[in-house]
Design a protein around this ligand. Sequence first.
Ligand code: ADP
Ligand code: MG
Length: 265
Amino acid sequence: MRIWAVANQKGGVGKTTSVVALGGLLAESGKRVLVVDLDPHGSLTSWFGYDPDTIAHSVYDLFQHQGKVPDGLPAQLITETSCPGLSLLPASTALATLERRMVGVEGMGLIISRALAQLWDDFDYVLLDNTPSLGVLMVNALAAAQHLVIPVQTEFLAIKGLERMLHTLTMIMRSQKNQLSYTIVPTLFDRRTQASVKSLNQLRKTHTDTLWRFAIPVDTKFRDASQAGVTPSALDAGTHGVRAYVRLLSDLQEMTGTVAERRHA
Ligand code: ADP
Ligand code: MG
């Protein structure tokens, strides 16, 4: 099982869109994929037509057992989506109360790891969508993941946010002893604007080794897709946005060793 987290402490940078696009493409290629919504806003959950305000069971249920994960519970919380091969562990807005309630509970940072350990044989890929704030949910995601994807909007303020994120990441990794590899992915790139072009150049200078070699372009099809609840990949394989995610996916697979592993199997 490959576990990738998609995170950035800034909102609106394409995290949820990346989870949907990468998850959709993986499922289309025949992989068994689970996407997990760790954002109390529940955008990923809404994308697939569920209402995070009223949903009966969600990832929240995992945090109700004093830091333990009862046998069989994770599987019960998973729902199918309109996309074959793609399953969802939804969020509910109740997740917003977790911070306060989980203080001092032993094992609270390892709930997602433990839940996924129970699903090890059921999925090939798990993608964790994250909330922009650094708290118990993000700590859980970073502890569970093997690779982190950091979408960064190509504009100057977003790059400032990136430095903060990387600083936090280093601190968490030190405390968790989880040597997480990461890839910075420039998003919402618009080649016609100075801000996009200049900030991409700046990223290339400062993050040579960890920056993805391409960028995800602005593609209005994504905005339409989030409203219709379809995965971008099912939309139109020819759009430049989807083509960029196809490239990103194959680079990530290469980088995280999936391809090599399959060759040796
Ligand atoms: P986050 O999860 O980081 O908050 P989202 O994935 O929800 O960000 O994206 C924020 C908004 O930008 C959404 O309305 C989404 O549809 C739109 N969006 C994301 N990626 C693109 C893109 N490549 N081109 C155009 N719109 C995009
Ligand atoms: Mg989001």
